[in-house]
Design a protein around this ligand. Structure first.
Ligand code: LMR
Ligand code: MN
Length: 428
């Protein structure tokens, strides 16, 4: 047997192995060069293009570079257009492209990739649900609804489609109508339904419909699945190690000096809140769909760690006091705002979004009538006094009186957060 000289194909295969070795040894720069040389030699070599995409992807992470990331995304997208691409590489490139597009905030650009997956795997329900969830991430409720209804017409019992269709109805204000879909969807305990938002909104819909026992069961099941910290504390953006209690004393917060300053200036703060009320459009209707009945408006001075300079001109002393106190001024996960509530108002039981803040209320105008329940304990405001609670716990407000109630709400960082945590937490 005479040894035959290697064919061109053998050489390319050998070069690909070498490039893969470099990739596996995490030498992404040289892997990238090798894959590029290969693709130039053989423009049909999808494995080389996949290698280019993955090397760029890893380099983007290492260098924290959006330019590299965009190149990686483009390479994944080019790959999807290859003829005769095997299923496993198609799926893996598509899903990574979607993941990276979402990471960059380009959810609408991911839609085209979702559609390619659906077209190629027309009988796989998961890819349709992923598209609906992608739309939900950017609050495109009617797009999500269209996809989900189409899916349910083919798979009427699919747990993920059912529960997310219920979520769309709930977010669109169709509280009662959402319940059967959410209930049925969650009843299968499908992994794709283990999402705190689904349990959060089903419980809320049940509770608003007077079905409190079932609401409690829903919250308990969320706790059992590790989705909520407790049945009473159902915030979705949490730091695990933080102490949790509904009501806090000034001393427990460690911010008692700041609260004393607020209390000793309460009259000038009150007067700033009242004068702003005479200006049109300064106080804005509560916009989170938390009101059952009544009238409840807010005038915001700080939010997401930044001062609202325009509004602060109308309440300079209040802004100076809050602006001088870093845990309030810098609280990226909260706000400072005046909150005015008319008699005859009821705010549904609800939980704030995060356990990273405590919420201080300085009573400014307090007629008979209003009260606030946090978890199991109801309290009342007093003029010139600060009360502090953790609004990640369920709370509910009534004002059964007849004249307006005014408070200043000041969110402060939870005192147990480290500097590093405060710096790295995303704003809310
Ligand atoms: C809340 O934080 O939900 C309420 O306590 C606000 C308010 O004005 O009472
Ligand atoms: Mn609240």
């Amino acid at each position: 047997n005479e040894p035959t000289s290697p064919t061109e194909e053998d050489l390319l295969r050998r070069q690909l192995e070498l490039a893969d070795d470099e990739f596996n040894m995490e030498r992404f720069d040289s892997a990238l060069v090798s894959y590029r040389r290969l693709l130039a030699a053989d423009p049909k070599c999808f494995k080389a293009l996949f290698g280019i995409a993955r090397s760029l992807d890893r380099l983007a992470e290492a260098k924290r570079s959006n330019a590299f990331l965009q190149e990686a995304i483009d390479a994944y997208l080019n790959l999807l257009a290859f003829e005769e691409l095997p299923d496993d590489i198609f799926v893996s490139a598509a899903q990574r492209a979607i993941n990276r597009l979402r990471f960059r905030g380009f959810h609408m650009k991911a839609v085209a990739v979702h559609k390619q997956l659906i077209e190629r795997f027309n009988d796989t329900v998961e890819y349709r649900n992923d598209l609906a969830i992608n739309y939900l991430m950017v609050n495109r409720l009617s797009d999500a609804e269209r996809i989900l209804l189409d899916t349910l017409s083919i798979w009427p019992d699919d747990p993920v489609a059912l529960s997310h269709y219920g979520l769309v109805l709930k977010l669109g204000g169709k509280t009662e109508e959402s319940i059967p879909h959410l209930l049925r969807g969650l009843s299968y305990d499908h992994p794709g339904t283990r999402d705190s938002r689904l349990y959060f909104h089903l419980g809320d819909a049940l509770s608003r419909s007077g079905r409190n026992h079932e609401a409690m069961k829903t919250y308990q099941s969320g706790v059992d699945k590790g989705l909520f910290r407790s049945v009473h504390q159902r915030s979705l953006y949490n730091v695990e190690h933080l102490a949790a209690r509904p009501w806090w004393t000034h001393k427990q917060t460690t911010y008692e000096d700041f609260f004393r300053i607020l209390e000793s200036n309460w009259k000038v703060i009150r007067d700033e809140g009242l004068s702003a009320m005479k200006l049109r459009g300064v106080y804005q209707d509560e916009a989170e769909n938390l009101r059952d009945v009544g009238d409840w408006k807010q005038f915001q001075l700080f939010g997401r760690g930044a001062m609202n300079a325009e509004n602060c001109k109308k309440a300079p002393v209040t802004c100076k006091i809050v602006g001088n106190f870093a845990p309030a001024r810098g609280c990226k996960r909260g706000q400072t705002k005046f909150s005015v509530m008319e008699g005859g108002t009821h705010v549904w039981p609800h939980c704030g979004p995060t356990n990273c803040r405590l919420r201080a209320h300085l009573g400014l105008v307090v007629p008979p009538g209003p009260a606030i329940r946090v978890a199991g304990e109801t309290r009342k405001w007093k003029e010139g006094r600060v009360i502090v609670f953790d609004d990640s716990f369920e709370h509910e407000v009534w004002h059964n009186g007849t004249s307006l109630r005014l408070v200043l709400i000041v969110d402060v960082w939870h005192p147990e957060l480290s500097m590093a945590e405060k710096a790295s937490l995303s704003p809310i």
